[in-house]
Design a protein around this ligand. Structure first.
Ligand SMILES: [Zn+2]
Length: 213
């Protein structure tokens, strides 16, 4: 029996737990978690033609243009491990990217769009309370006063100060609102309440994805 193909993208504000959820879903469904950041680094390492092109932009500190990112995603989604599906992280970021993804998926299972929704107040609260180890940089786990890895002191993450958080939120909103408009009316668009425990969020996402198999 053929395995159901599951093609997922995750939308969600910073602090909504996208990374954690993406990891869990990848394991649960046996599909690769594909992040554009990892993909760009891999393409550079492998020295593919697109990787070299991406590297030119990255070396200049410039944004890698849509056509290059789209080419990389297309290559990646054509690899054997993505036949059973994929979970994309950090793509699409723009409408042209979203349109390109739709074209790539012609003849494949429909794209399920998971939008993890969190209020701005909750985003700010979560990000402001995120701590890292001052010694080794590890993310704090649980409530303890010291780092789990090295026992070093915990401090707030440098990029989580309130103004930085508000800026990230604005960038996120500007980027994502058009995508929500693009996907929002589809039957495969799922809004998930992100203001609950990670296990409950995972369970809700799985239920939503199973509905669209
Ligand atoms: Zn540490």
């Amino acid at each position: 029996m053929a395995v159901a193909e599951r093609n997922l993208i995750l939308l969600g504000a910073p602090g909504a737990g996208k990374g954690t959820q993406a990891q869990r879903l990848a394991v649960r469904f046996g599909i690769p978690q594909i992040s554009t950041g990892d993909m760009l680094r891999a393409a550079r390492r492998e020295g593919t033609p697109l990787g070299k092109k991406a590297e030119e932009y990255m070396n200049k500190g410039a944004l890698v243009p849509d056509e290059v990112v789209i080419g990389l995603v297309e290559e990646r989604l054509g690899k054997p491990d993505a036949k059973a599906g994929f979970i994309l992280d950090g793509f699409p970021r723009t409408i042209p990217q979203a349109e390109a993804l739709d074209r790539m998926l012609l003849g494949r299972a429909p794209l399920v769009v998971v939008d993890i929704v969190l209020s701005e107040t909750e985003v700010v609260r979560r990000l402001a309370s995120r701590m890292v180890c001052a010694e080794c940089g590890a993310n704090a786990v649980g409530e303890g006063p010291a780092c789990h890895d090295c026992g070093g002191p915990l401090v707030p993450r440098a990029d989580d100060r309130e103004q930085v958080v508000l800026n990230r939120l604005k960038v996120y909103r500007d980027q994502t609102e058009p995508l929500i408009a693009y996907y929002g009316s589809r039957s495969t668009y799922c809004r998930i309440d992100g203001a609950r425990l990670p296990d409950d969020v995972t369970a809700d996402i799985i239920k939503a994805v199973e509905r669209h198999r």
